[in-house]
Design a protein around this ligand. Structure first.
Ligand code: PDD
Length: 295
């Protein structure tokens, strides 16, 4: 089935993607007044659905909205959505905007039906050669706002940083505020120094990534020493390994930082181990999906 043939969820109905329309006064369009989630689904089973929906609730609460659907209702919607690509690994996208009032006005309207969208598409197959080559990253000043913990669709700061990195010949940027390295343009940051896995603590400056949490949990289970601690640019430049984690890109090793090799310039030993642990976790989700289908 081609991507275009898939139905999307829009405000309570499933409709063909090319018939899904939103008014031009939608506040998501005009103000970026909107939040989102990206949820990977392995073999059709969403990864950590509860945690993703909890984060969606937190993003909505932070902008004075409540989730228009219960978690159970979301599970039903996503089941129907992902059933369109049976057995496939997918990336689900949810977006909730404050809605479309009659006219443009900065004031938050009191009564307004939100716009609720969910789509799915196949997760691109993992490119093993690319994974081994790793990411060539540069550090850049973080020009985003002060609530990076809210998963808002107002992503211009991220988009411009990514573009800046690409125009410098890099693959991605690691964003820096007051000398502290925070996260990638669409990913969380980890580094390994003397066998210790370190990631910046959650707070207003980074998105509390679901993959980040999973990596920390796997580290805990496997007895890999880890810490949530500030990471300076100097620490990063001297790290043995650097990783970027996200729902769609999983765990990527950064093999070059600011034009210099990280470690020996190849994905490190701990990256290999964590990558395998994540792979095993995904395999369990796919098995769960098959068991649900067989039952
Ligand atoms: N982005 N930090 C930022 C700024 C992000 O945009 C993302 C994910 C993450 C990682 O979060 P998670 O592990 O929950 O995916 C961290 C998604 C994938 C996106 O914008 O497409």
């Amino acid at each position: 089935m081609s991507e275009q043939a898939l139905n999307v969820y829009l405000n309570g109905s499933f409709v063909p993607a090319d018939q899904a329309c939103v008014p031009i006064t939608d506040r998501g369009f005009q103000f970026g007044d909107s939040v989102y989630e990206v949820i990977p689904a392995y073999g059709g089973t969403p990864l950590r659905l509860t945690q993703h929906l909890d984060r969606l609730d937190n993003s909505l609460n932070a902008i004075h909205m409540t989730n228009p659907l219960s978690h159970d209702a979301w599970a039903g919607v996503l089941d129907e959505l992902t059933a369109q690509l049976p057995g496939q690994d997918q990336q689900i996208y949810i977006q909730i905007t404050r809605g479309a009032p009659g006219q443009r006005d900065h004031a938050i309207p009191e009564e307004l039906a939100p716009t609720v969208v969910a789509t799915t598409r196949a997760l691109p197959e993992r490119d093993a050669a690319q994974a081994m080559q790793g990411v060539n990253a540069v550090t850049l000043d973080d020009i985003r706002w002060k609530r990076c913990d809210i998963k808002t669709t107002a992503l211009l700061g991220n988009v411009l940083a990514y573009h800046h990195a690409r125009t410098e010949g890099a693959d991605d940027a690691i964003l820096v505020r007051d000398g502290q390295a925070l996260e990638g343009t669409a990913s969380n940051l980890f580094m390994v120094t003397n066998g210790l896995l370190i990631t910046p603590p959650t707070g207003d400056c980074i998105l509390p990534g679901i993959t980040r949490d999973l990596v920390l949990e796997l580290a805990e289970e496997e007895g890999i020493p880890y810490a949530e601690a500030a990471v300076s640019v100097v620490d990063l430049e001297n790290a043995d390994e650097i990783w970027l984690t996200s729902s769609t890109r999983e765990i990527r090793a950064v093999t070059q930082l600011n034009g210099k090799p990280v470690g020996n310039g190849e994905p490190g030993a701990l990256w290999h181990r964590m990558d395998q642990l994540l792979d095993a976790y995904k395999a369990r989700l796919r098995l769960h999906a098959r068991e649900r289908t067989d039952a």
